[in-house]
Design a binder for this molecule. Sequence first.
Ligand code: HEC
Length: 204
Amino acid sequence: MKSGALLLAGVFFGIGLSMTSPQADGQAEKPTWGPKEEAALRAAKALMDVTLTVHKVYVEHVTRVILRKPDSGIKSNFDFAVAENTIPSPDTLVKFIGQTLAAEGRGANMRMYSEFPFAHRVGTPEAVLDDQEKAALEVFRRDASAADWKAVSTKGGIRVVRYFVPRKMSKGCVDCHNNRADSSKKDWKVGDAGGAFEAVVPIE
Ligand code: HEC
């Protein structure tokens, strides 16, 4: 009887804990950089390297090569699925990889985001940023020399390490982003952190 009561108390206590312990997504955690967090950070940096490389290769060896062909009439844009003769823009490709990893991957994830998504993203989940994502942009805005930023937090109810790298606006970026009708910010300056890349790895 006594142990039954204890068991019952334990079950209730357990339920209470499990109801209160998961943090809201993106809520900062007191940083505890033990060996597990360091291992997740190394994996996040590797994922970041792959992400940046895929982006770079797609820009330099696919997009530019295709668009440079004379009279191809091919464009690069987000609406490649419905528009004629259009390949995905590099930014769109990276967003697709992130969304596919989130849906089909094993917990690790990546994202390229900003506070100024193009018109077709406004009001979609892709335009929603959590506290950590906003904090990273704030760090990069305040300190132009910051090369990266990391945090231990929660995403989708699990503890993760998140690793951020700023996405700096060069002249080519500014020329396009400031001149497109569907861009939601048109006063970018060279050197601004236009957004960030984020790599997320569960702590195991
Ligand atoms: C030729 C036009 C063009 C150029 C050049 C370009 N972008 Fe973009 N960028 C876009 C378009 C279009 C999107 C929207 C893609 C989407 O939503 O799928 C976008 C999206 C983004 C986003 C994500 C916005 C969001 O929150 O969804 C960031 C950040 C970004 N670009 C930064 C850059 C940077 C930095 C460069 C230069 C290194 C650059 N862009 C070069 C057209 C361009």
